[in-house]
Design a protein around this ligand. Structure first.
Ligand SMILES: Cc1cc2nc3c(=O)[nH]c(=O)nc-3n(C[C@H](O)[C@H](O)[C@H](O)COP(=O)(O)OP(=O)(O)OC[C@H]3O[C@@H](n4cnc5c(N)ncnc54)[C@H](O)[C@@H]3O)c2cc1C
Length: 407
């Protein structure tokens, strides 16, 4: 029996596994092809929701999604990949293991960069993973039970890109929920001279308006010099008492992308063709944040679930087609939107690669909530037909508001 291994159960990996099972079923090869998914966790994390206070529905058990379609799954830490031998080295609860593959889908995602800043590893929080998000939530709850102090009611968010802005904008409500009211401070720190430098000039005025309305301060053009349990020091010389530093500065593809000889971009992503194949190596497909594909003939994909999910579906379809000697399908997406949560103020909805503002405030918030709570969820019914329908190698239509011009 031939074996397809999918590494990673995020937005790309989950959909690659379901997409592969769908194609396997379609060609009647269920007895000929084994599909095995490996992740360090036994759940699919709706990672884009890790900044929210309510983490009740952001870790979906893999068994519920994969058992009904005959995809086996294991928990293990991927330590190394040897593409010449087609072998993966894993550490599982029973020790070291080697897993052989005939075809591989690499979907190990990305992680927030943690530079070597004194105190960062020991004292900073983040929302990169479900475990990290739970740790932050527990911390805020326990702060709420402690004696008032300036450090207790000050939150520093480092990185004023998509994630940092969403974390900061949510923080007034999260502090209030934790019982931290009164003279609280939320400060967004970034080395760039403006917030949302990577988001662009069209969006910036909306973001600035929202941050001002939420009473969020900024420290721009500065870097973090050190972090301690009771405070942070900036390279401007300013020291701020705080017990809560949340690190959201910069993403990088999984280090395991370096296992392959093909080219990589400045984020460490493997370059893949429209079929999601990794260049210069046989039998390997990659999807999601670990891969970069020129998606509309011009623009490389952005690390986002908007691209990770279709990249996964197409990689899953193509890996089975490749194994069976059938035609593969190229992925092309001609639309790009961003929807940035801005807490109680609302949200920001942009279209196009210049991120032109199409909607903002509560109307955009409704779109954001639909995306975060419905659109990106797999069917939870456990029904094979629903899972396979959702994993078809097609491109989803843009959100319903696409093309609206309410601002
Ligand atoms: C707080 C936050 C908010 C975001 N908001 C948005 C948004 O609004 N819109 C948007 O489009 N994108 C958003 N993103 C980005 C989005 O989450 C990513 O682009 C998306 O998760 C990429 O999917 P992926 O499958 O490639 O990687 P991931 O979802 O990261 O999945 C990778 C999987 O691989 C596993 N893994 C990694 N390394 C190993 C290893 N060595 N061994 C075993 N398992 C491993 C992980 O456990 C994980 O399950 C946000 C990200 C964060 C953190």
């Amino acid at each position: 029996m031939a074996r397809i291994v999918v590494l990673g159960a995020g937005f790309a990996g989950l959909w690659a596994a379901i997409g592969a099972a769908r194609k396997r079923d379609e060609i009647g090869a269920n007895g000929d092809i084994e599909i095995r998914l490996i992740d360090r966790n036994a759940y699919h994390n709706i990672r884009v929701r890790n900044y929210e206070a309510d983490l009740g529905e952001v870790a979906l058990p893999l068994g519920q999604l994969l058992d009904p379609i005959g995809v086996s799954h294991g928990i293990g830490e991927v330590e190394a990949i040897d593409p010449a031998r087609r072998e993966i080295s894993l550490v599982t609860s029973s020790g070291k293991e080697t897993l052989r593959y005939d075809r591989l889908v690499l979907a190990l995602g990305s992680e927030v960069m943690r530079p070597d800043i004194p105190g960062l590893a020991a004292h900073a929080f983040d929302v990169d993973t479900y475990a990290a998000a739970l740790r932050l939530e527990d911390h805020l709850v326990s702060l709420g039970r402690s004696a008032p102090s300036p450090g207790r009611s000050t939150v520093i968010v480092v990185g004023a890109g998509f994630t940092g802005i969403e974390v900061a904008a949510e923080m007034p409500d999260r502090l209030a929920r934790a019982g931290i009211t009164g003279s609280r401070r939320i400060i967004l720190v970034d080395p760039n001279p403006a917030v949302g430098a990577s988001i662009g000039a069209h969006a910036r005025p909306v973001i600035e308006t929202a941050l001002a309305a939420l009473d969020i301060e900024t420290r721009l053009g500065v870097r973090v010099a050190s972090i301690e349990a009771a405070g942070i020091r900036l390279n401007s010389g300013e020291s701020i008492p705080t017990q809560s530093v949340i690190w959201c500065a910069g993403m990088r593809a999984s280090r395991l992308a370096t296992s392959f000889p093909g080219g990589r971009d400045r984020l460490g992503r493997l370059l893949v063709d429209p079929l999601m194949r990794v260049a210069d190596v046989g039998g390997v497909f990659a999807a999601g944040d670990v891969a970069s594909s020129v998606i509309d003939g011009l623009h490389p994909t952005v690390m986002s679930c908007q691209f990770a999910r279709p990249m996964g579906r197409f990689a899953g379809h193509n890996v089975v087609a490749d194994l069976a000697g059938l035609p593969m399908l190229p992925l092309r997406i001609d639309w790009y939107v961003t929807v940035l949560d801005l807490g109680a103020w609302g949200a920001l909805y942009t279209e196009g690669w210049d991120r032109e503002v199409r909607n903002a405030g509560q109307a955009a918030k409704a779109t954001k909530e639909t995306i975060n709570r419905k659109r990106i969820y797999p069917p939870l019914s456990g029904r094979k037909d629903e899972l396979f329908a959702a994993a078809a190698p097609t491109v989803q239509a843009p959100p319903p508001t696409y093309g609206a011009r309410s601002r």
